[in-house]
Design a protein around this ligand. Sequence first.
Ligand code: P6P
Length: 333
Amino acid sequence: MKTLGQFIVEKQAEYPNAKGELSGILSSIRLVAKVIHRDINKAGLTNNIIGNSGVENVQGEAQMKLDLFAHNTMKQALIAREEVAGFASEEEENFVAFDTERGRNAKYVILTDPLDGSSNIDVNVAVGTIFSIYRRVSPIGTKVTLEDFLQPGHKQVAAGYIVYGSSTMLVYTTGNGVNGFTYDPSLGVFCLSHENMQCPKAGRVYSINEGQYLKFPQGVKKYIKYCQEEDKETQRPYASRYIGSLVSDFHRNMLKGGIYIYPSATNYPNGKLRLLYEGNPMAFLAEQAGGLATDGYTRILDIPPTELHERVPLFIGSKEMVEKAQEFMNTFE
Ligand code: P6P
C-alpha cells in the first residue's frame, strides 16, 4: 500500500532541482480533501452545513453552505502554508493575492472550484473539488496579477479533483500521467488505488442534460441521436448517464470510457462550465490519460482565457467519442 504522501515524495525525487513547493501544495490539498470529506459525510446530520447559505455567488447561483465551507477550507489551508502566491475560486469574484513575504516569493498560483455539483449534497449525490495549478508569470517577490491566472490550460503544472462519492478519491496529474488515490478514513490516509489511469479510447456512455435538448446546437442534437441509434458494430445505442456532477460523470468516463458534454445552448451561449477551474484542469487530466477535451471545435487547453470566470462549452472523455461528436459539430452548424 503506497500512500499519497509517499508517492509525492517519490515523484519529487525525480526532479532534483525541485524545492518541494509543488509537493507542499499537493500536501495542502490532501489536508483540504480530508476536512471536506469529514464534513460532507456528516452533512445530513448537522443542519448547520446543509442547504443554502442565503447568499448568491459571483455566478448568481445559490451558494450552498458547504460551498462556502469548502472555499474557506481551501483558502485557509493555502494561506496557512503560504505555498502559493495567489488563489482564485468559483466562490470569489476576484483572485486573492497572498501578500506576505512568503506569499510574494511563492512560485505558483492555484484556481479551484471548491465544491462542484454542490446542489446535489442535500440529496446525497456525489460532489467534487477541482483544482488547477500554474507557475506564476509575474516577477517573484511581487504581488500576483490577473495575468498569473489568465494562462492557457497547456501551461498548467498540475491539476486534479477530489470526488466525494461511495469512497473519496483524489486524482491528479503533474504532467506525467494520472494517478488515483482512495481515502481510508480509518487510517486517515489516501492510498494509491488507480495507478497510471488510462481513459478508454471509446466507451458506451454519453453524459448530457437531455432536458435542454431543444436549446442545443444542431450538431449536438445530431450526435445525441447518433448515440441512440441501433448499430451492433459500434455497440450503439449507448447508455445515457448524467449525474449532474461533472467530477462524478468525468471520473466514471475516465475509468469506463464515455463522453461528457455541456455544450453552448440558447440559455448558455458559451456553455455553463468555467474554463479556468473546470474545463482546463479536467482537460489536462483527460489528455494525460489518453482522452480528449474540446469546446466542440478547439482543444480546451489551447483556448486563451480573457476573464477569471469565463464559461466554455465542454466535450470531454474518450478520444474517439469526442472526435465523433466534433464531426457532427463541424458538419451541422
Ligand atoms: P445542469 C454543477 O453545477 C455543474 O457545474 C456540473 O458539475 C454539472 O455537470 C452541471 O453543472 C449540471 O448542470 O444545467 O445540467 O443542471
